[in-house]
Write a protein that binds this ligand. Structure first.
Ligand code: URA
Length: 218
């Protein structure tokens, strides 16, 4: 797909592509899917966190004192996995960003309407200085975009700027990308693949099937 969206980044490299091949293959078992997914989440999270503000710090190495850059400790970082498949990002996310708060969002897709149904929401929290918040919403599959839109709204309603919100997905459908950017043109979206279309049941084609089932062996 030609990328006409200024805030969409499609990450492609040999490791990403190999991981996707393993995950998509219907003969890959749960262990294989998880391993490939974990590898992919790490790469996507590295790309996603390029927007974090940095500050100069002075540190002392065994050899000398010098000034260098690190993540600004004055900001607040939130990782928001959309349950349940979004959980696959969490282990890598807490390794990479130990200072982040994890705020789970529980939604499932009504199989008839394809609309998200809430069952858990750990987002209500005081936001004193919203511009200091950097939010990463994780969900492996961006299909219709309905769940992601609901999740993004939770944060924008708190005054957190769209440009500080990054959605990190593995496989996406053009329809979902369009729906998300129609509502929130200034969020950042990182994906590893943009697939062909959604089928009549709302599954991404070619996709990888039900990501939650394949990751959690259900
Ligand atoms: N959710 C999934 O797990 N797979 C899809 O293809 C679409 C939504």
């Amino acid at each position: 797909m030609e990328n006409n969206y200024k805030n969409l980044e499609v990450i492609s490299n040999p490791i990403v592509n190999q991981s996707l091949c393993i995950m998509r293959n219907k003969n890959t078992d749960t262990e294989g899917v998880r391993l490939a997914a974990r590898k992919l989440t790490r790469i996507l999270l590295y790309e996603a966190t390029k927007n974090l503000p940095q500050t100069d710090v002075e540190i002392e190495t065994p050899l000398t004192v010098f000034t260098t850059k690190t993540i600004d400790s004055d900001i607040k970082i939130i990782i928001s996995p959309i349950l349940r498949a979004g959980l696959i990002f969490t282990d890598e996310a807490v390794d990479i960003l130990p200072q982040a708060a994890i705020r789970h969002i529980g939604m499932y897709r009504d199989e008839k309407t394809l609309k998200p149904v809430w069952y858990y929401n750990k987002v209500p929290m005081p936001v004193e200085d919203p511009v200091k918040y950097y939010v990463y919403i994780t969900d492996p599959m961006l299909a219709t975009g309905n769940s992601l839109i609901e999740a993004i709204r939770l944060y924008t309603e708190k005054g957190i700027p769209q440009k500080n919100i990054c959605c990190v997905c593995m496989i996406s459908a053009p329809q979902g990308i369009q729906a998300v950017f129609e509502q929130f043109p200034d969020i950042k979206l990182i994906v590893a693949a943009v697939d062909s279309h959604l089928n009549e049941k709302g599954y991404i084609v070619p996709g990888m099937g039900d990501a939650g089932d394949r990751i959690f062996n259900t």
